[in-house]
Design a protein around this ligand. Sequence first.
Ligand SMILES: [Mg+2]
Length: 265
Amino acid sequence: MKAFGALLLLSLIYVSSCHESVDSRFDSGSLPRPLLVESRKKVKISEDVALHCNSWRFAVEANNLSPWKTIPRECRDYVDDYMNGKAYKSDLERVSKEAILYARTVELKGDGKDIWVFDVDETLLSNLPYYARHGYGLEIFDDVAFDKWVDKGTAKAIKPSLKLYEELLKLGFKVFLLTGRTERRRDITVENLTKVGFHDWEKLILRGAEDKGKPATQFKSEKRGQMVKQGYRIHGSSGDQWSDLLGSPMSVRSFKLPNPMYYIA
Ligand SMILES: [Mg+2]
């Protein structure tokens, strides 16, 4: 009898657990609830480290740091968290929104000379999968490995920048793309940009042989200088590096996108 009682109890527990496992997949409605899958490891970051890394990131974005080659070791998980969490997306959306608000106030002359300049990497295209495999900027930049990644042509669009890009075209701006990528990567850059939705740019300017070794600020300033000489009016410029935006001539307004993973002088 005792054995029968134990069997009954076990059966009841089994039936109850089956119901629970089925019920837990459903909301009160009839649609299955999506399974929650941890796509990456969650690391607990202490309050002190988070505070320290937050101040460091602020210094990065405000261009207060001396040139730096790698992120602080203790901030690796913080940068991972920032880039893959809601904060990076939210910051990108804010930049895009403010740029759109400004662009709408610009009075275009309608002669095709009102332009906006975009950088490419971490501005229009995201290389986050590459940096995720290289410690989010903890490793010294490896141009050979990075070029291999670029050659895949699989970088995703930075969506808020695509929204700004499309809005600018609609408003009647001409768009110039100015990137530190070299001419050797023109075809794959065009292919990648087109595949993820960027189109109808006026000009894509890459580093030629004559630009080799020039700091980015100098290279990009010279190219902007040529645009101005050709009669273009640079109303806005978007880039994830200060070297995309500073120098002379500058655009009327500059929009700095967040990037705590690397620094380009
Ligand atoms: Mg960039």
